[in-house]
Design a binder for this molecule. Sequence first.
Ligand code: NAP
Length: 257
Amino acid sequence: MTGAAKLLTPSFRLDGKRALVTGASRGIGEAAAHALAQAGAEVTLAARSLPELDAVAQAIRAQGGRAKTLPLDVTDSSAVQRDIAAQGPFQILVNSAGTNRPALLTQTSDEDLDAVLLLNVKAAFYLAREVARGLIAAGMPGSLINISSQMGHVGGPKRTVYCASKHAIEGLTKALAWELGGQQIRVNSLCPTFIETDMTRPMLADPEFMTLVQSRIALGRLGQVQDIMGAVVFLASEASALVTGSALMVDGGWTAQ
Ligand code: NAP
């Protein structure tokens, strides 16, 4: 029988851990970076725009957190390989860099198809591969978190490519969970509903679309970036030590219907 004194909740703290967050200059990635830093991790912020990264790093430091910047185009496989090898190992990876180009199938160009798959799928693969290489070489456990979407589980209007990309991320997550489990590297996806960010503001400006979105969220409101922060810390920390290959829905109930 387990003694009651031993039943301590595993820690949600991340002190001493190094985290890499892509897409950290804005939106969900920025919020994830703040959350990880507030839990004690040293956070490396990656995106293309250095001024935006600097602003986020300064905000994190102003709150007593530790943050570094890494200007990086995550679609450049050689640059990802070089920079992660130089800066790693990272015990936590949040793959948040991503995009959407909503369009009907018949109006989707090859360029749109390639751009969305390159950033949403291939770049996430490049990052996971390099972070895993660093962890395996160092013999360290880790937690890889892919910012997927509710659209990794259902379809949506004008979202053929986006849904394909996020369903691919779900498959990547499950396969990696099995491949890396033996090294104690956990891999999970986090699946938000519509969150107000620079990516979604233009879509949500369409009243018809906004009505559709709100009608599908059981909690009756759009998500804010704060809504993903607790989920990121949970997946990054020992609190989720037996969670791998899972999709954590932060979707206000969208996929429950
Ligand atoms: P966002 O506000 O548009 O931010 C995108 C971030 O990705 C920026 O930091 C951007 O910085 C970075 N980025 C874009 N291209 C990059 C590249 N080639 N290399 C490195 N960084 C790059 O997007 P968001 O709404 O936060 O979305 C973040 C993730 O959440 C995406 O994967 C998205 O699919 C997913 N998601 C979003 C929602 C939502 O409703 N917002 C819902 C479900 C899932 P730079 O431009 O400076 O590089």
